[in-house]
Design a protein around this ligand. Sequence first.
Ligand code: PRP
Ligand code: URA
Length: 209
Amino acid sequence: MSELHIIDHPLITHKLTIMRNKKTGSKDFRELLNEISMLMGYELTRDLPLKDVVIETPLTKMTAKIVSGKKLAIVPILRAGLGMVEGLQSLVPVAKVGHIGLYRDPETHKPVEYYCKLPLDIEERIVILVDPMLATGGSASDALTMLKERGCKHIRFMCLVSSPEGVKKVQEDHPDVDIYTAALDECLNEHAYIVPGLGDAGDRIFGTL
Ligand code: PRP
Ligand code: URA
């Protein structure tokens, strides 16, 4: 069964509270999402393996450690996932970036695919799929299926706010994928928006309200 990691470090929770506030404008919203993504990325990469290398400091030779193993790829679900890329890239600048385009049909709330462009060696990488919102779980689940159809075997999903319904769907459909979230909210409303949530993440990032 996939694990649900709730990353509720006080700084993350504090920044998320400012993001939730409807008075917070796009500029601050984007900056906070960027900062939280970096802080969450720090936790999400905590178990990366290390290997020994011999280096010379100005004083002596030493055996030190560097990150080893599989390289990383960051894959945002368009549009809102784009807001989480830069924070992760600042931690792992060599990570390649793929893009998956999905939007939720306003009537059915089901995801509709419109774009997919991934690094050629994606199947050899640890993939961090990112999207601020995990609501019904349809978009995340479909994006995970698209990644697996292209050979990805080591995938983690990172979101800012999740709902119990979304977590359940992703865990049922993808028991091999761990979920990292800053908050598990109460429920979905009749429009499948997360409550209390923060509204439409894409609109708040890009000012399309
Ligand atoms: C939002 C959000 C997720 C999806 C979550 O995107 O960024 O991708 O909805 O909902 P779900 O869990 O019920 O699938 P949206 O479809 O609004 O597109 P956008 O990012 O382009 O605004
Ligand atoms: N998409 C969002 O941006 N917000 C929600 O609460 C649900 C889906």
